[in-house]
Design a protein around this ligand. Structure first.
Ligand SMILES: *Cc1c(COP(=O)(O)O)cnc(C)c1O
Length: 457
């Protein structure tokens, strides 16, 4: 008989987690104003609020931490990190930063100016923030198919090259670079194909523009290329990674995702002018060039994390778990953004809580119900997150209303996924009885989801 699938690691250290009673959870939700960001982590049984900085480091990463070189300038840990990044990506210049958005801040301080237009595939919130904060425009050129949650296509994160070429034609001089996010986080952790990256490169060359990859989940993207794209089955993840980055001029990285560290990030590039331009901002905002906001020990751990997480077995274990949860939801008929993405399942709340009017925030209501049901913390990626229209101050109900279940790397077992799926099924089974949602009692003018206070209706 064929042997079943199992994790590519075993567990050496554990952290206890605690179940709670429904009564306790009702109380905690109320005290948190029905906002899961306000919960204390020890009130949570299974925490799927994000996959960012929540992964479990390996024994080799912890061992590397002990060898960290904390020298201010020229630390060996920096060269460990730099050499690993150069080997994996081909990029010669590396600037460490304390996390992904800091890499954006440093590089965009050099590259993005008022009136610029930066086309790409569903810019991540902080990326968009760093563009719009400089009075420039983040122009979304994602394929339209990404908006249809039930459509099953292998590379739903792709750039629509017709939209991109139109932008390049219309705004030529105003475009400092093209940005491609791999995987496409905002579209549901959906991958971008190598063919698409090649097409983007061709357009970039035709219009003489550089290409930047927002690379937080580049390794997961490489896994999907290997397993879904014709011609890549026999290539290693490291070969695919190298090929992907050969199509870019530089990258910004949130190492809290595919670096499997709790904090860290970097810029890497082959362009000397980007490096020279960004250098000064690194010193100004982050720190000297050979640590840029990171400890020596953390750079060491990141070097090992990048090396490990570009091995097939590690990625297969990770993606298998996300797919495992998706299969359970399929079994129960619960609708989510299809196919399952690399780092999370996005439950389509508008198709689950059909009796909750959109003005009462169905995805937030589902997030609350899942916590009350079993102490599982997901995250609303929907109408509350969308904030208000800056001009009309109306709520924005135009996009998707999703409950995101982000899965930390190497943290939970498939048994935990069984609990998540069962809890969601229990809520799903009584969905018709859930007819009221929440109303906003207090909100911040921007990024309201972190601090919003809600009342249950
Ligand atoms: C997380 C993330 C960022 C920002 O990184 P931080 O480390 O959270 O600052 C940027 N882009 C993408 C695609 C991300 O997922």
């Amino acid at each position: 008989m064929e042997l079943p699938f199992a994790e590519s690691w075993k567990i050496k250290m554990v952290e206890p987690i605690r179940k709670s009673t429904r009564e306790e959870r009702e109380q905690w939700m109320k005290e948190s104003f029905y906002n899961v960001f306000q919960l204390r982590s020890d009130q949570v049984y299974i925490d799927l609020i994000t996959d960012s900085g929540t992964g479990a480091m390996s024994d080799r990463q912890w061992a590397a931490m002990m060898l960290g070189d904390e020298s201010y300038a020229g630390a060996s840990s920096f060269f460990n990190l730099k050499n690993t990044i150069t080997r994996l990506t081909g990029f010669e210049y590396v600037i460490p930063t304390h996390q992904g958005r800091a890499a954006e801040n440093v590089l965009f301080s050099y590259l993005v100016h008022e009136g610029d237009i930066v086309p790409g595939n569903s810019h991540f919130d902080t990326t968009k923030g760093h563009i719009e904060g400089r009075k420039a425009i983040a122009l979304d050129c994602t394929i339209d198919e990404a908006k249809n949650t039930q459509l099953e296509i292998p590379f739903k994160g792709n750039v629509d090259c017709r939209k991109l070429e139109k932008a390049l034609k219309d705004f030529g001089d105003k475009i400092p670079f093209i940005i491609v996010t791999i995987t496409n986080n905002t579209a549901g952790g959906q991958p971008v194909s190598m063919a698409n990256l090649m097409e983007v490169r061709e357009l970039a060359d035709k219009y003489k523009k550089p290409v930047l990859f927002d690379s937080a989940r580049f390794a997961e993207n490489a896994y999907f290329i290997k397993t879904r794209e014709i011609g890549y089955a026999d290539k290693t993840i490291k070969e695919i990674t190298h090929e992907m980055f050969s199509l870019a001029d530089g990258m910004t990285m949130s190492a809290k995702k595919d670096g499997i560290v709790n904090m860290g990030g970097f810029i890497a590039t082959r362009l000397q002018d980007w490096y020279d331009g960004a250098k000064g901002y690194c010193v100004q905002y982050e720190g000297y060039l050979t640590y840029g906001g990171m400890n020596g020990r953390d750079m060491n751990a990141l070097a090992v994390g990048l090396d490990e997480n570009t091995e097939f077995d590690v990625l297969q274990t990770r993606i298998h778990q996300v797919e495992y949860l998706a299969q359970k939801l399929d079994e129960y008929g619960i609708p989510y953004q299809r196919p399952a993405g690399g780092h999370a399942i996005f439950v389509d709340a508008s198709k689950v809580l059909t009796h909750v009017p959109k003005e009462e925030f169905p995805a937030q209501t589902l997030t609350i119900e899942l916590f009350l049901e079993a102490g599982i913390r997901g995250c609303e990626i929907g109408y509350i997150l969308a904030d208000r229209d800056p001009v009309t101050r109306e709520n924005r109900f135009g996009g998707l209303d999703l409950l995101r279940l982000a899965i930390p790397r190497r943290v939970y077992t498939d048994n935990h996924m069984n609990v998540v799926a069962a809890a969601l099924k229990n809520v799903f089974d009584r969905r018709e009885s859930i007819t009221r949602g929440v109303k906003i009692a207090w909100e911040a003018p921007l990024m309201r989801h972190f601090t919003v206070k809600l009342e249950k209706l």
